[in-house]
Design a protein around this ligand. Structure first.
Ligand code: DQA
Length: 150
């Protein structure tokens, strides 16, 4: 059975490539997503992607993942630091979830140091640039394989 993962990107990540490239890099979101999907497919994993700038749409995407996804990776952007609703959705669907960030949020402004999502996620990957996405795939797959081996 093919494992299915959902990758969610939140607000302003659609601007990757032109948005503060000194922090977020020069690669566009479609380029990055294609590379991560290729990486996942080489591991026999189907990776679906959803991006939205809207908090409610992100909540709905997490909720709908309960019907089909084995795990979730989420870069919730600024909603990481503000959204009780996305946190409650992650807790509510009970799917293993990895929070990820391109930048090292702990080396930036204090308002980026707190995450509403982290306590209901498996763990957090932050600060590795585009590699944060690939590391998130490995982290989630490692967790799912270990929990299925029990
Ligand atoms: C981000 C970090 C957030 O603080 C910021 O609001 C983003 C991107 C990252 O990937 O580094 O939009 O999630």
């Amino acid at each position: 059975m093919t494992l299915k993962l959902l990758l969610i990107n939140g607000p302003n990540l659609n601007l990757l490539g032109t948005r503060e490239p000194e922090i977020y890099g020069a690669e566009t979101l479609p380029e990055l997503v294609t590379a991560v999907q290729t990486y996942a497919s080489e591991k026999g994993v189907e990776l679906r992607h959803f991006q939205s700038n809207s908090e409610g749409e992100l909540v709905t995407a997490v909720q709908e993942a309960r019907h089909w996804a084995d795990g979730i990776m989420i870069n919730a952007g600024a909603y990481t630091h503000t959204s009780v609703a996305i946190r409650d959705a992650i807790a509510g669907v009970a799917r293993p979830t990895v929070e990820l960030h391109i930048s090292n949020v702990h080396a930036r402004e204090p308002f980026r140091h707190h995450s509403y999502l982290a306590p209901v996620c498996l763990g957090v990957i932050a600060g590795f640039g585009r590699n944060s996405y690939f590391l998130a795939v490995d982290a989630l797959l490692g967790h799912i394989k270990i929990s299925h081996a029990d």
